[in-house]
Design a protein around this ligand. Structure first.
Ligand SMILES: *[C@@H]1O[C@H](CO)[C@@H](O)[C@H](O)[C@H]1NC(C)=O
Ligand SMILES: *[C@@H]1O[C@H](CO)[C@@H](O)[C@H](O)[C@H]1NC(C)=O
Ligand SMILES: *[C@@H]1O[C@H](CO)[C@@H](O)[C@H](O)[C@H]1NC(C)=O
Ligand SMILES: *[C@@H]1O[C@H](CO)[C@@H](O)[C@H](O)[C@H]1NC(C)=O
Ligand SMILES: *[C@@H]1O[C@H](CO)[C@@H](O)[C@H](O)[C@H]1NC(C)=O
Ligand SMILES: *[C@@H]1O[C@H](CO)[C@@H](O)[C@H](O)[C@H]1NC(C)=O
Ligand SMILES: *[C@@H]1O[C@H](CO)[C@@H](O)[C@H](O)[C@H]1NC(C)=O
Ligand SMILES: *[C@@H]1O[C@H](CO)[C@@H](O)[C@H](O)[C@H]1NC(C)=O
Ligand SMILES: *[C@@H]1O[C@H](CO)[C@@H](O)[C@H](O)[C@H]1NC(C)=O
Ligand SMILES: *[C@@H]1O[C@H](CO)[C@@H](O)[C@H](O)[C@H]1NC(C)=O
Length: 796
């Protein structure tokens, strides 16, 4: 399956590469592309080999095998290996031979036929004769690249030959063999070459400032340049074709600010210290160009590239580490993505040139970067792996953490503690997996800028380093997998299915970030997913919301309860602080009003409150592709939100699956001296009936019926997803009055509400997705159980 028409004899232009929905600047990175969300239900990105004539082969294979296992173009070269390292079949010169091979009792994998708009793999409807197994590693010497033999290296004595960043020459020269043996790698290689060619034809990246140099600066520009250079350098290493080098040189001249015809920033600060991420990402781009293409550059070119690395990057980096008086050093003190990105870029720049330029700041920068990243970046995940900022910022932080660790491994022989200092680093891959719902990420807080270079492909690096084949298998089937980094990180000596034996539910119980995730299946993208969070509202690098108790609900291929995402980053005071009086909390999408939780006394939640959480699960792990949970299967989460509110003597919230994860029950028990409003944001159209105690939500052709079971006097209401006229527009902050900028509109979003007066109240809502083929009799009316009495069996 992972082999297709990209046979080496077919010119690049004949390969049918599917365009990302948003065009070249908005690649579909799993669930993180805002534009991708907007595509209708079931819009899928067919993996490129499932095109044209190949489709016919797939369908026949599917019919014959009951599982789509692989194909190659009919004119394929049969002398190549037909079975991937993981066992995925490549159909050779015809269906019959594939079928014959597949019928053998080999270690054949089940592979996706496509990915959906969230990057989720879409598997065939049955496993056919594929052998289903838990994630495992195997060893095969022909798939093992020999270790680097450049002598003993250490932090003090880094590798002196190139390439030394992320992959050494041994890995590069081994790649063609791996690509020939593994259908995933073959597909990624073809895609990377295709993208490299596309970038080749573009004019050099323009210097385009987003919201001022201290706003979002030129971060997108830096990441675009880095993305291109990674692709061109990869293409050069695999082809030895110097046209990739020449095109890179053209880009470097411009991005160094030296092309007099194309403005590229203020001379001497072209990489923009005013927004230091930009400096770091440019430095990495130049470091990769310098290091991966080292043998192709003339001595003058090397000096020229190193000149930029030193003068536009490392000099400022050294100042950041050593001079408290400069404003741009603040990131050295934070446990979040900025620290990872900045240390990574500087360290990669320094490692690339340290041997040839011993009198540059490179030596010092390496030491500072390693120490600082170990103290800060490595602690951005909590002890159980939750990223300190948001699930979207996880991408920037961890892709950088992994690039730094991988570069240190190849250049100094060790990851220098980055993987082990904090045990949460090992678990942060699980955080990423569980925070993905069937309809995209549980996207609480800010979503961040464009992803460009930030994929989740470093799960494959973590997978190898931690010997967790689960991480590798999870990521290689996903939509963002085709990328140069995958080819460098992936160890093909893994087999099995990521979902086999994988627990459906997980509780992350640290009070800084308590949350949970529960689902009906890892492979049925039309199944059910619920996730709720209740954590401390500070300590998120000003990327969080006032959202304790907020939740998302996916079912039947739709997100029924969802998050609003980022506000405009350039809004007045948006990033000023997380204090109660911060201007950030004036914005609808950030204040409690804009979350799927309770609002009490029309006020925001208390930023000093520390909610506590509880959890129960019937404990299933998926064990088949067409896995169906038992009727008693459930998971629930409880949150004591009392400390989050004033005028409140108690506020408890709990959510659970009932009826074999086909229905969802949400219960709140509150005792307050102020009125309470229950709020849920939905893209569905909402119709109220039954004296406003039933809300019918409609998305596409599907419906979800919400029933207000308690309190008896209350009703559902609907509101626009926008601020109340009584909400404040100014705040007294740090001695001055800050007036908010405009809120972003939330078109198409309706707030479903329930209002109750002060006093003691139970608000309970039952969500019944109208599953196809289900009738009224299939739904249960669960018993009325106080949250304190909830258990795994309490609602059977
Ligand atoms: C690479 O190419 C594929 C296939 O055309 C496309 O779907 C993907 O978005 C591209 N990736 C990047 C990072 O541009
Ligand atoms: C990588 O892909 C390119 C473009 O499709 C192809 O020409 C090349 O042969 C591939 N490399 C290997 C090792 O298969
Ligand atoms: C090892 O991998 C190679 C390349 O894919 C394959 O030809 C060979 O059969 C494998 N050996 C074993 C023992 O599986
Ligand atoms: C850069 O700007 C020039 C002039 O406006 C334009 O012609 C070119 O296409 C732009 N390049 C890119 C990559 O957008
Ligand atoms: C590129 O050059 C290297 C080193 O000389 C060589 O091992 C490799 O086979 C060459 N690759 C191609 C595709 O020509
Ligand atoms: C850019 O200009 C600087 C300063 O003149 C020079 O040292 C460097 O070699 C130039 N770099 C490139 C890539 O042209
Ligand atoms: C919770 O996470 C925070 C932030 O990572 C950490 O400082 C704290 O020690 C953790 N608490 C527990 C109980 O693990
Ligand atoms: C509505 O859909 C958008 C885009 O499709 C998504 O990002 C958002 O989370 C959804 N909003 C809600 C409230 O479900
Ligand atoms: C809750 O009351 C405390 C004490 O009066 C006050 O400091 C805090 O700002 C109030 N919280 C909110 C959200 O208004
Ligand atoms: C599970 O529930 C469904 C629908 O309520 C019912 O049709 C089915 O018989 C139940 N199965 C078992 C094993 O109880």
């Amino acid at each position: 399956m992972y082999r297709h028409s990209g046979d080496s004899s077919i010119p690049l232009s004949n390969v049918n590469y599917q365009q990302a929905p948003g065009g070249q600047n908005t690649p579909t990175f799993g669930s993180v592309n805002e534009k991708a969300y907007a595509t209708p239900k079931h819009k899928r990105r067919v993996w490129p080999w499932v095109v044209g004539a190949i489709v016919a082969v797939i369908i026949i294979l599917g019919a014959v095998l009951g599982g789509v296992l692989g194909s190659r173009a009919a004119n394929d070269d049969n002398s190549k290996s037909n079975v991937a390292a993981d066992g995925a079949v490549q159909a050779g010169s015809g269906v019959a031979s594939a079928a014959t091979r597949t019928k053998g009792s080999g270690n054949f994998a089940i592979v996706p036929t496509a990915t959906d708009e969230f990057g989720n793999p879409m598997y065939p409807s049955s496993t056919g004769s594929a052998r289903i197994a838990s994630p495992t590693t195997f060893s095969n010497s022909s798939l093992t690249c020999t270790a680097d033999d450049s002598g003993s290296v250490s932090l003090d004595n880094p590798k002196s030959t190139h390439p030394l960043l992320i992959a050494t020459e041994n890995r590069w020269s081994c790649l063609p063999n791996l690509i020939a043996a593994d259908s995933y790698m073959s597909y990624w290689n073809d895609t990377v070459f295709g993208n490299a060619s596309r970038y080749y034809d573009m004019s050099p990246t323009n210097y385009s400032v987003d919201g001022g140099l201290t706003g979002s600066g030129v971060l997108d520009v830096a990441r675009e340049v880095q993305l291109r250079i990674k692709h061109w350098a990869y293409a050069y290493k695999l082809s030895n074709d110097t046209r990739w080098v020449d095109r890179t040189w053209r880009e470097l001249i411009v991005a160094s600010g030296n092309d007099t015809t194309q403005y590229f920033g203020e001379a001497g600060d072209n990489w923009n210290t005013g927004h230091f991420l930009d400096v770091a990402e440019f430095t990495e781009a130049f470091a990769i160009a310098y290091d991966w293409m080292y043998d192709a550059w003339t001595a003058e070119q090397r000096d020229a590239i190193a000149w930029s690395i030193i003068n536009l990057g490392l000099n400022y980096g050294l100042t950041a580490y050593t001079d408290e008086s400069v404003g741009y050093q603040w990131w050295t003190k934070v446990q979040g993505n900025w620290n990872c990105v900045c240390n990574k870029g500087l360290a990669m720049g320094a490692l690339a040139i340290v041997n040839e330029y011993p009198n540059s700041p490179a030596r010092q920068v390496i030491n500072y970067a390693v120490d600082n990243a170990n103290a800060m970046c490595s602690y951005a995940p909590s002890p159980e792996g939750t990223w300190s900022e948001t699930p979207n910022y996880w991408y920037f932080g961890t892709y950088s953490h992994a690039e730094l660790a991988a570069s240190l491994l190849t250049a100094t022989g060790s990851t220098q503690g980055l993987l082990t200092t904090n045990p949460g680093v090992k678990l942060t891959s699980l955080y990423h997996m569980y925070v993905q719902g069937q309809q995209g990420i549980f996207s609480y807080g800010d979503a961040g800028p464009n992803k460009y270079t930030a994929t989740a492909n470093h799960l494959m690096f973590y997978g190898s380093q931690f010997d967790e084949p689960l991480y590798t298998l999870y990521q290689r089937d996903r939509g963002d997998a085709p990328d140069p980094m995958s080819l460098l990180y992936y160890d093909p000596q893994v087999s099995g299915q990521f979902w086999e034996g994988l627990a459906l539910d997980r509780h992350f119980d640290n009070t800084t970030d308590g949350w949970f995730s529960a689902r009906s299946s890892w492979t049925d993208n039309d199944g059910a997913y619920i996730a709720m969070k209740a954590g401390y509202l500070q300590g998120h690098q000003t990327h969080g919301d006032l959202d304790a108790g907020t939740f998302v609900l996916d079912a039947m291929g739709h997100r029924w309860a969802g998050e609003l995402g980022s506000g405009d980053y350039l809004s007045q005071g948006y990033f000023l602080s997380e204090a109660q009086n911060s201007p950030r909390w004036l914005y609808y999408r950030k204040r409690t009003e804009g979350q799927n939780t309770l609002m009490i006394g029309d006020e925001d939640q208390n930023v000093d409150g520390r909610p506590t959480t509880g959890f129960g699960t019937s404990g299933e792990a998926q064990d088949a592709l067409d896995y169906k949970v038992a009727n008693g299967s459930t998971a629930y989460f409880t949150a004591d939100l009392t400390p989050m509110y004033n005028s409140t003597s108690s506020a408890n919230r709990a959510i659970r699956f009932v009826n074999g994860r086909k229905q969802v029950l949400l219960r709140d028990e509150v005792t307050t001296t102020a009125a309470v409003q229950w709020r849920m944001h939905t893209n569905a159209t909402v119709t109220l009936s039954n004296s406003d105690r039933t809300a019918t939500l409609k998305l596409g052709d599907d419906e979800l019926v919400a029933t207000l079971r308690s309190p008896s006097g209350a009703t559902f209401g609907t509101e626009a997803a926008e601020r109340e006229s009584s909400d404040p527009t100014t705040t007294e902050y740090d001695g001055s009055t800050v007036t908010m900028s405009a809120d972003q509109p939330n078109p198409g979003v309706t707030v479903l509400t329930v209002d109750v007066a002060a006093g003691t109240n139970t608000i309970e809502v039952l969500f019944n997705p109208q599953w196809s083929g289900w009738s009224d009799g299939d739904f249960v009316d669960p018993p009325d159980v106080a949250i304190a009495d909830w258990s795994v069996t309490s609602h059977n």
